[in-house]
Design a protein around this ligand. Structure first.
Ligand code: P9H
Length: 232
């Protein structure tokens, strides 16, 4: 029996949350090492298991996998969530990279300067409703199937549900103009593995709160106007 994957990060969503979602969707149980302080993290770095002295890192199959995309691709391919051929894989990549752009905006929104919070909020909502959600609404409407690619669950569907729920935390009712996305959300949320992950007590992390924010900001040496530096 292979050892359970072990996820190394902080007790926040950050870049690790998509990994938690994907493993959960694959029905894979995992352990987590959650650093509580910057010092704890820095001590772990000294152990030399982090190729770039950064997290997320997932210890699985005898590897210390770092770089979020590399982790997600490995898991998607290993658990048959990455399409049946190169063309489906390319389409999944196109979808998940767009979702990552939106996800990053939401992730870094927390680090906005107070006087820019409203402007950054408006930017995220505009991008979600004008650039990203229309792509996925059109994809689902276009082929009339239940999933984004190949009519079976893939990494793209898992990532889409994650980002829909994150945007709704910012602005509820945002799916009102997207009926196919509403149906998609209802259907995918009921898949057994995902329904279990959405229950309280699962490894899913809550939205960032001030205490966790302070730990992250110190540990990751994030200055305040982080948002602008990173938004495409
Ligand atoms: N390319 C943390 C909380 C919320 C949002 C983002 C960071 C990047 C990948 C310590 N790791 C701010 O960017 C921190 C990466 C990985 C890599 C880290 C250091 C991030 C965050 C923590 N920082 O895709 O995996 O940026 O380890 O010394 O760099 S995650």
């Amino acid at each position: 029996m292979a050892a359970k994957p072990k996820l190394y990060y902080f007790d926040v969503r950050g870049r690790m949350e998509s990994v938690r979602w994907l493993l959960a969707a694959a029905g894979v149980e995992y352990e987590e090492v959650l650093f509580k302080t910057a010092e704890e993290f820095e001590n772990f770095v000294k152990g030399g298991k982090l190729m770039y002295q950064q997290v997320p890192m997932v210890e699985m199959d005898g590897m210390y996998i770092v770089q979020t995309r590399a982790i997600l691709k490995y898991i998607a391919a290993k658990y048959d969530l990455y399409g049946k051929d190169l063309k489906e894989r390319a389409l999944i990549d196109m979808y998940v990279e767009g979702m990552r752009d939106l996800n990053d905006m939401i992730m870094f929104f927390l680090f906005s300067l107070p006087e820019e919070k409203q402007k950054n909020f408006n930017y995220i909502i505009e991008r979600a409703t004008e650039r990203f959600f229309p792509v996925y609404e059109k994809a689902l409407k276009g082929h009339g199937k239940n999933y984004l690619v190949g009519n079976q669950l893939s990494w793209a569907d898992v990532q889409l549900l994650e980002v829909i729920l994150m945007v709704e935390e910012l602005k509820s009712g945002i799916l009102s103009a997207f009926p196919k996305l509403q149906e998609f959300k209802a259907r995918v949320s009921k898949l057994p593995n995902i329904q279990k992950f959405l229950q309280p007590g699962s490894p899913r992390k809550p939205p960032m709160d001030d205490a966790r924010f302070e730990v992250s900001r110190k540990a990751f040496k994030i200055d305040e106007n982080y948002f602008l530096k990173h938004m495409s």
